[in-house]
Design a protein around this ligand. Structure first.
Ligand code: AVJ
Length: 320
């Protein structure tokens, strides 16, 4: 193992209690999707990615595998490959042999998982320098170990951009443009609009893994915030909202019930929903328009034959 370095920016942990109480004071009630990913939720998410109905992960992996050398040709060698929200660092492994970056820079808010995942990459690619940065990727971050003028490629796979409201997605993309800097680029995975039946199936797998993933939010409230949700009395509901171009996930109260969270009581009517996630879908042109507004110039798009998923290579617009 050559260079493995860990940089801790000491990101502030999200305040689960405060965000639940805030979200429950609105109508419809909501829970931000970032809270899906505790230990249990992260394993459930990995299981979702293996479901036959959930096409995004395997389609994106096939695109990365099939086009790694084309991607590397656009990205160039010896750049700094930055991955905000790197998670288990699984997909980047498909790029590293072709891209041969000067260094890989995984960034994540979960320091413990980041350290393990990044160290594994460093072990697997002994020639590679790895600088892991524990930070909140929605905040500006300085990366002083990147030499001035070095080319930066930002890698943001998984269509996580779909969780943002379009206006927020533009803001976040502008932040990624800032992270890539002049002369830099972004490689991003974006789920495509398609037959609503395929979309709906992807979020309603037959094994019920997505339902368990959704309901885990309530179990998490029970475990961590002394809640008493009867998780059997809430239903997973996921559907495609055509007008807004997004999958919506909700938890629906199957009866009138009262839930207490750390001693505070919340009434739920029969049929009342808690909104837990939006997952926006984009056509190639929708996404190009959004990326241009954020300061990018589209360079290339790869899609699978059925046009289920897209992988965009965009360079930072340097005019002006
Ligand atoms: C991680 C946000 C891309 O929207 O498809 C999967 C999360 N939710 N199944 C998605 C998710 C339910 C996933 N993203």
């Amino acid at each position: 193992m050559t260079g493995f370095q860990f940089h801790n920016e000491h990101p502030e942990a999200a305040d689960f209690y405060r965000e639940i109480i805030n979200g429950f004071s609105r109508r419809p009630r909501c829970i931000p999707p970032k809270f899906f990913y505790d230990e249990t939720g992260s394993s459930l998410f990995e299981a979702i990615c293996e479901q036959p109905e959930y096409y995004p992960t395997r389609t994106e992996i096939a695109l990365l595998r099939d086009h790694a050398w084309d991607i590397a040709r656009l990205a160039g060698n010896d750049s700094f490959l930055i991955e905000p929200g790197s998670g288990n660092c699984r997909k980047v492994r498909l790029l590293l042999p072709a891209m041969k970056p000067a260094a890989y820079v995984p960034m994540d808010i979960s320091c413990r998982h980041l350290r393990e995942a990044a160290r594994d990459v460093a072990r697997e690619f002994p020639e590679l320098d790895v600088h892991a940065v524990c930070a909140d990727i929605t905040r500006p971050v300085s990366l002083p170990f990147i030499s001035h003028g070095a080319r930066r490629i930002v890698f943001y796979p998984g269509s996580s951009i779909g969780n943002f409201e379009p206006a927020d997605a533009e803001f976040f993309l502008a932040r990624l443009a800032q992270l890539a800097g002049p002369g830099g680029a972004l490689l991003i995975g974006v789920d495509l609009k398609k037959d609503p039946a395929l979309l709906t199936a992807a979020y309603n797998d037959a094994e019920g893994v997505t339902a368990a993933f959704n309901l885990n939010l309530l179990e998490r409230v029970n475990r961590e915030l002394d809640g008493d949700f009867d998780t059997g009395a809430f239903d997973h509901h996921a559907f495609y909202n055509n007008a807004r171009g997004r999958i919506e996930m909700h938890l629906v109260s199957m009866r009138r019930q009262t839930v207490s969270i750390d001693g505070q009581r919340f009434e739920f009517n029969k049929g009342e929903n808690i909104h837990t996630e939006n997952s926006y879908k984009y056509t190639r042109d929708d996404f190009h328009a959004l990326a241009r507004r954020a300061g990018f110039e589209p360079r290339h798009v790869w899609t699978d034959e059925e046009e289920l998923f897209s992988l965009h290579f965009l360079s930072v617009e340097t005019s002006g």
